[in-house]
Every structure is written in C-alpha cells, then in structure tokens.
Design a protein around this ligand. Structure first.
Ligand code: S3P
Length: 442
C-alpha cells in the first residue's frame, strides 16, 4: 500500500463541512453491521426471557436510539465492545418519552412492539423525524386494537398498548418494511398469530430473523404469516449481523463510476430484497462479482468485487426501485456517468425519507452540471461528463445524501458538502474507510 496526499479534507471555512477529492478506489474493506438487521436483532432479543448474544451490531446513532429506547422499556442490554447481550422479559412503561432521534425504524417498529405488549409509551424524535409520516403505521396498529394519537400524523405520538386484539389480518397499506415489521412485532409481543398481505417484496429481514430464532414464520414476498408461541424463548441464541449492504453500496457505486478502481467488500449482506442496486449496475454494464457466498445467521452474505467499466443508461421500475430504496441516490449518480438517459420510477416514498431525497438528488446532479427532469415520483437523468461543483452542496443532515456526495466526489470532485456529521447515523468511520481505499494502489 502506498499513501497519497489525503483525499478527504475538512473544509476550514465550513465547521463540519467536508471535501472529497477525485481518485480511484482500490483494495479490500469490511463495512459495519447492517442497520436494519441490528434494530430487529435488539427487538427480537427483547422478546421472551432467554439471552440473545449479538455480534457486529451496527455502531451508528439510529441503532443506539433503538437500544436506549428498549432499555427505557425495561430490557437488559449490555455491550462489551465485540458482543451485545440482550435479555428480554415483560416490558414496562418507560419513565419518559422514548427519543427515537433520527430513526424512522426505531419509531415505527417500537410502536408495533408497544402496541403488542400492551405498554403505554410516548415517542418523539429530532426535527427531521418529526416531519416523517407516522400515520401509515399508526392506522394499521389502531386496527390491531391499539390507541395511538399522533400529532397531525407525525411525532410526538402516544401509544396506549392493545388490551384486546382486534384485527390479526392486515393488508399492508404502504410498501414499507418498517410498517410490515411493526405489525409482525405487534403480533409477536401480543402472542397472537398475524397475517400480513399486500407486501411488494420489501426487505425480509424480520421474517428471516424470526425464523432463524425458531419462530414459525412463512412468507412468499407477498404474504407473511407469523404464529408465535413456539420458538426461542427458553434457549440462549446468537446472531452475527451481516455487513450492511447499504453501506457497501457507496463503495460499490464509487468503484463502478471511477476509472481505474477495483475493490472487494468482504462479508456484505446480499439479501435479494436489498440488492436492487447490483441488478441495476450490472444492467448498466458494471463489472460486479459475488464471491464466497454463504449464510450468516439466516442472511445471505458474500464478498462483493467491483471493477470499473464504462456504463450505459437503463430504466428502473417500481419493483426494482423498492429493492434499492435506500440506494436511489447512488443509482442517480451512476446514471450521471452513463451513456444515454436513465429513468427511475415509483420512488415517491423518497420525498419522506431523512430528507426529500428526490430534491437532494436534483441538487447533487445540478451541482455537477448534469441534467435531470424531476417528476413527483420519478426522475430522468441524462448522463454525460459530470464536472467539479463550484459551490458547497447542502445535505439537509441526511446521512445517505452526505455519503452520496462523497461518491460523486470520487469521480467528479473536488466536491464539498456542508456537513459530514450525519453519517454517524449509520456509518461512523465512513470518511476514513473511503480514504483508505483511495490511498491504496494495486
Ligand atoms: C427500512 C425500511 C425502509 C428503508 C429504511 C430501513 C427497514 O424504509 O428506507 O432505511 O429497516 O425496514 P420503509 O419501510 O419506510 O420503506
């Protein structure tokens, strides 16, 4: 390995602003544990009285929000650096409001837990989370029997458990894995069987995890049935969390658009409900190889090799977009470097993520002089030669937009973002990991 001059620098004028410089990515790397699986592992550990040992838990702020909220609900959680242990039991009413910080998964899935467990709790979050819709999950949990009061459809929210279970059969009203999981956790903690229909193939981590822990769960991408009552409650179990595909995605895309790049990401989760980005990039001509495919605690993982190759445009429809829902900004960046016009449709949900991500994508592309037509729920991007931006790019404190900015910087930098602090939500150490790959030469 040969060290270059640093490719990432703190901007002297911008407080926590960061500048990303162009340069190929080479070498191998591990990414943090999967954020989605980490939330679910902590919640699953809170159920029943047995000990659950979790390794490779995601170290970000979102998962910390779930951890602290569960502790406030009476769950015993201890961490010794490598391993986190969780011992559940009866949940109790928390002394204060549960602070979900920036984490939609925490708010929505723990609403399901409290509804099922019959616990009274208040939920709140930061400025961004207070703007995100809570009505879709609240409405479905009300049908279950819970009393849930939102603030005009948003946080703060009050949940008053579920004394008498009403509906146990649901039609998913939004294509959301968080809402689906809230309903499954409601059934689990209430100890009643539930069936959820109308899934469109959203991420299936809750299903896989509960099955791995010995619960009776069936699913086919459209319907899920969960019959609690059997399972892990009496047995100590272990979960090793797979590497986060959505974290790997930044490096995969950066290597795919930056000439002379060649990287391997070790032990990344490749659950097919998450890997839409790989299908899109391969369709665009990217050179991507999965090696050493295996299963870790019920989830498929692999080492993902990516070598730069020229890209061409593609069309991404709603089903594929759902399997890449957190990677749409990266698909847009790949499209910016591709030959021809790429269309992405069925992504209206992106307007209510940690920021309005469709508007954020437009800002990123405009900054590098790439033309994008924006519709309410879609995008058309004319690929070309992105050029270094003249001005600092606003990230709206959205971690995935900050890291997408870094990816764009690898091939079209130097590029400065207004703040890099948000990346701690899912990927503390992201900038250092990128710097390591940019400083290696094969
Ligand atoms: C998640 C589901 C998705 C995703 C989010 C994590 C999950 O959200 O965007 O980052 O862990 O279930 P929706 O369920 O709102 O689509």
């Amino acid at each position: 390995m040969m060290m270059d001059s640093l490719s990432i620098s703190k901007s002297p004028m911008l407080g926590d602003g960061m500048t990303f410089h162009p340069g190929p990515l080479c070498g191998e790397l591990d990414v943090p544990g999967d954020k989605s699986i980490s939330h679910r592992a902590l919640i699953a550990g809170a159920f029943g009285g047995a000990l659950l040992r979790i390794t490779n838990l995601n170290p970000g702020r979102d998962v910390r929000a779930t951890r602290e909220a569960l502790i406030a609900l009476g769950v015993r959680i201890a961490a010794d650096g490598r391993e986190t242990t969780v011992r559940g039991g009866a949940l109790r009413e928390p002394a204060g409001v549960l602070d979900c910080m920036n984490s939609g998964s925490t708010a929505r899935m723990l609403l399901g837990v409290c509804a099922g467990a019959g616990v009274h709790a208040g939920f709140d979050g930061d400025r961004s989370l207070r703007q995100r819709p809570m009505e879709p999950v609240a409405a479905q949990l009300r049908a279950f029997g819970a009393r849930i009061d939102t603030t005009e459809g948003h946080l703060p929210v009050k949940c008053r458990g579920t004394p008498e279970i009403q509906t146990r059969r649901f039609i998913l009203l939004s294509p959301s894995a968080q809402v689906k999981s809230a309903l499954l956790f409601a059934g689990l903690f209430a100890g009643v069987p539930v069936r959820v229909d109308g899934d469109r193939g959203s991420r299936a981590h809750t299903e896989r995890l509960l099955r791995y822990l010995g619960l009776a769960v069936e699913w086919d991408g459209r319907s899920i049935t969960l019959a609690p009552g059997s399972g892990r409650q009496s047995r100590e179990s272990r979960i090793e969390v797979a590497g986060d595909f959505s974290a790997a995605a930044f490096f995969i895309t950066a290597a795919a658009v930056t000439p002379r790049s060649s990287i391997v990401i070790r032990r990344a989760g490749v659950n097919p409900t998450r890997t839409g980005l790989l299908d899109v990039l391969r369709e665009m001509g990217a050179r991507i190889e999965l090696r050493n495919e295996r299963s870790v605690s019920g989830e498929p993982v692999a080492d993902i090799g990516v070598t730069y190759a020229p890209l061409h445009a593609t069309a991404v429809g709603p089903e594929l977009a759902l399997r890449a829902i957190d990677e749409i900004p990266l698909i847009a960046i790949a499209a910016a470097f591709a030959d021809g016009s790429t269309t992405i449709s069925g992504i209206g949900e992106l307007r209510t993520k940690e920021s309005d991500r469709i508007a954020a994508i437009e800002r990123l592309l405009q900054a590098v002089s790439i033309e994008a037509q924006v519709q309410t729920a879609g995008l058309t991007i004319r690929g070309g030669k992105p050029s270094p931006p003249q001005a600092t790019i606003a990230t709206d404190d959205d971690h995935r937009i900050a890291m997408a900015g870094a990816v764009l910087g690898c091939a079209a930098g130097p590029l400065t973002i207004d703040s890099g602090q948000s990346v701690d939500v899912s990927f503390p150490g992201f900038a250092q990991a990128l710097e390591t790959l940019q400083s290696e030469r094969v």
